[in-house]
Write a protein that binds this ligand. Structure first.
Ligand SMILES: Cc1cc2nc3c(=O)[nH]c(=O)nc-3n(C[C@H](O)[C@H](O)[C@H](O)COP(=O)(O)OP(=O)(O)OC[C@H]3O[C@@H](n4cnc5c(N)ncnc54)[C@H](O)[C@@H]3O)c2cc1C
Length: 392
C-alpha cells in the first residue's frame, strides 16, 4: 500500500513542507496536514506589523550573521531554497508580487500579511493536500499509521495563534533533546522605568548591552520606548543575549547613545561652544541635543546635569534591565530541538527514521528583518522534500 506522510502544524514551515511534499510525490492526497486552527498560517497575519516581512534579501554571508545559535546548520536548507528563490516562488507560483524596503526587507507588494497566508493555503489546497483544520495532534503515538511525520509546530511565542510548544513534547517523546527555551526579540524592562518614556520613538541611536559590566553587543539604528520597555529594532537585536543573561541571574545594563555619530570629544566641543562651562544647564539649551519629549525623562534620570557632564550623559544613558516580556508578546522562541540530532541535509531526525523537523520548533531563530520566516520556508521545503522521498 502507498504510504502517506503527516505534517503537524500549518504555519509557514508546515505549509511549505506540504507544498514540497505534494510536488515531490506528484500526489497531494498522500500528504495530511494537521492544524489546530480553522485556517492555516494564523501567525503570519500578525507578522511584520500586519505587513509580513517574508524574507531578507541580504546575501548568505550577511544573512547568516542574523541566525542563532548555529548559522552553519541552516546553510544547506538555505542554499536549496534561498531568499531569491523564495521571492521568485511567491511572485511566479503563488501570484504574490513583492517589494523590497529598507534594510533589504521583503514584503508582499500589497503590504497585507494575509495575502501571504492565503496564497500559501490556496496552494496547499490546490495541490490536493488533505488538510485537517481544527485538529490538535495530542501525541506522536497517534500518528503511527503514517510512513513519515514532519513536526512543524512552531515555538511558544504568541500562544493565541496556536503555537503552544507541543512539538517540544513530541520531540522528547521520540528521545530528542530540547535545549533550554527562552523568549527572544522581546521588550526589555528597565528598573524604575520613567513614565514619560513610553511612546517615544528613537531614530538612529546607539545601544550597548553589558552583561555583568562587560560590553557584549553594540547596535545602531531605531527602537521604541513602549509601555513594556525598550522594544523593536535594535532593542530586539539585543534582547536574545539580554534575556538569556537575565534567565541565568546575571546583571544586565543597556547604555543608550543619543549621539552615535559624534565622538565624546566632538560632542563636548559642541556643548562648550553653546554653553558657558560649569553652568547648570537650562532646559531650553537641551533642545538642541534632545527631542522635546525626551527632555523631562532625561533630566529626571540625570540629576545635577551641567555642561561638563552633558556629553557623557548623552552618550551613556544607562538603563539597568530587570525584566523582559514573556512568550505572550515575544516575536520568537529561542532554543528548541537540538540541532545535533537533526541532519542539516534532510531535516531528518538522527534518532528516529521517518521523523523530520522544520521551522521554529528547531533550536534555530533569527533577528527581526525577515530571517525567521526564511528559516521556516527553507527548512520546511527541505523537510517536505526529504519526507516525500522517504516514503516514495
Ligand atoms: C507578532 C509577530 C511578528 C512577526 N513578524 C515576523 C516577520 O515580519 N518576519 C519574520 O521573518 N518573522 C516574523 N515573526 C516570526 C515568525 O512568524 C515565526 O518564526 C514563524 O511563524 C515560525 O513558523 P513555523 O511554521 O515554524 O511556526 P508557526 O508559525 O508558529 O506555526 C505553527 C503551527 O502549528 C500549529 N500547531 C501547534 N501545535 C499543534 C498541534 N499539537 N496540533 C496541530 N497543530 C498544531 C499551530 O496552530 C500553528 O499554526 C513574527 C512573529 C510574531 C509573533
Amino acid at each position: 500500500m502507498r504510504q502517506s506522510l503527516a505534517i503537524v502544524g500549518g504555519g509557514p514551515a508546515g505549509m511549505m513542507a506540504a507544498i514540497r511534499a505534494a510536488e515531490t510525490l506528484g500526489d497531494g492526497s498522500r500528504v495530511v496536514l494537521f492544524d489546530k486552527n480553522g485556517h492555516l498560517g494564523r501567525k503570519i497575519y500578525l507578522t511584520g506589523k500586519g505587513r509580513c516581512n517574508l524574507t531578507n534579501l541580504r546575501p548568505w554571508e550577511e544573512f547568516a550573521t542574523h541566525i542563532h545559535p548555529n548559522q552553519g546548520f541552516l546553510q544547506q536548507a538555505f542554499r536549496a531554497f534561498p531568499n531569491e528563490a523564495l521571492i521568485h516562488y511567491f511572485e511566479e507560483e503563488l501570484g504574490v508580487p513583492t517589494v523590497t524596503l529598507q534594510g533589504q526587507r521583503v514584503y508582499p507588494a500589497s503590504l497585507v500579511a494575509g495575502d501571504v497566508a492565503r496564497a500559501l493555503e490556496r496552494k496547499v489546497l490546490d495541490l490536493g493536500v488533505d488538510v485537517r483544520h481544527g485538529t490538535t495532534v495530542a501525541s506522536l503515538a497517534d500518528l503511527a499509521e503514517y510512513g513519515a511525520v514532519i513536526i512543524a509546530t512552531g515555538g511558544k511565542s504568541y500562544p493565541v495563534t496556536g503555537s503552544t510548544g507541543d512539538g517540544y513534547r513530541f520531540a522528547e517523546e521520540a528521545g530528542h533533546t530540547v535545549t533550554p527555551l527562552f523568549p527572544s526579540e522581546t521588550a526589555l524592562l528597565p528598573r524604575d522605568y520613567d513614565a514619560g518614556l513610553p511612546g517615544i520613538e528613537m531614530k538612529n541611536v546607539g545601544l550597548q548591552l553589558f552583561v555583568g559590566r562587560t560590553l557584549v553587543q553594540s547596535e545602531q539604528g531605531d527602537f521604541n520606548f513602549t509601555p513594556d520597555g525598550l522594544e523593536s529594532g535594535i532593542a530586539y537585536h539585543l534582547s536574545r543575549r539580554a534575556v538569556w543573561a537575565l534567565v541565568n541571574g546575571l546583571q544586565v545594563d543597556i547604555e543608550l547613545d543619543l549621539k552615535p555619530a559624534l565622538s565624546l570629544e566632538k560632542l563636548q566641543a559642541r556643548i562648550d561652544r553653546e554653553n558657558p562651562r560649569h553652568v547648570r544647564l537650562a532646559r531650553a539649551s537641551l533642545r538642541s541635543f534632545l527631542p522635546d519629549a525626551l527632555i523631562a525623562p532625561f533630566l529626571r534620570a540625570n540629576p545635577g546635569l551641567s555642561s561638563v557632564n552633558l556629553a557623557e550623559r548623552l552618550k551613556n544613558w544607562r538603563f539597568p534591565i530587570i525584566d523582559y516580556k514573556g512568550y505572550e508578546r515575544a516575536v520568537v522562541t529561542a532554543g528548541g530541538v537540538s540541532l545535533k540530532e537533526i541532519s542539516p541535509k534532510t531535516m531528518a531526525s538522527r534518532l528516529r527514521p521517518g521523523l523530520f523537523f522544520c521551522g521554529e520548533v528547531l533550536d534555530l531563530d533569527g533577528d527581526t528583518g525577515g530571517y525567521n520566516l526564511q528559516i521556516a520556508f527553507s527548512t520546511g521545503a527541505l523537510a517536505g522534500k526529504s519526507a516525500a522521498n522517504f516514503i516514495m
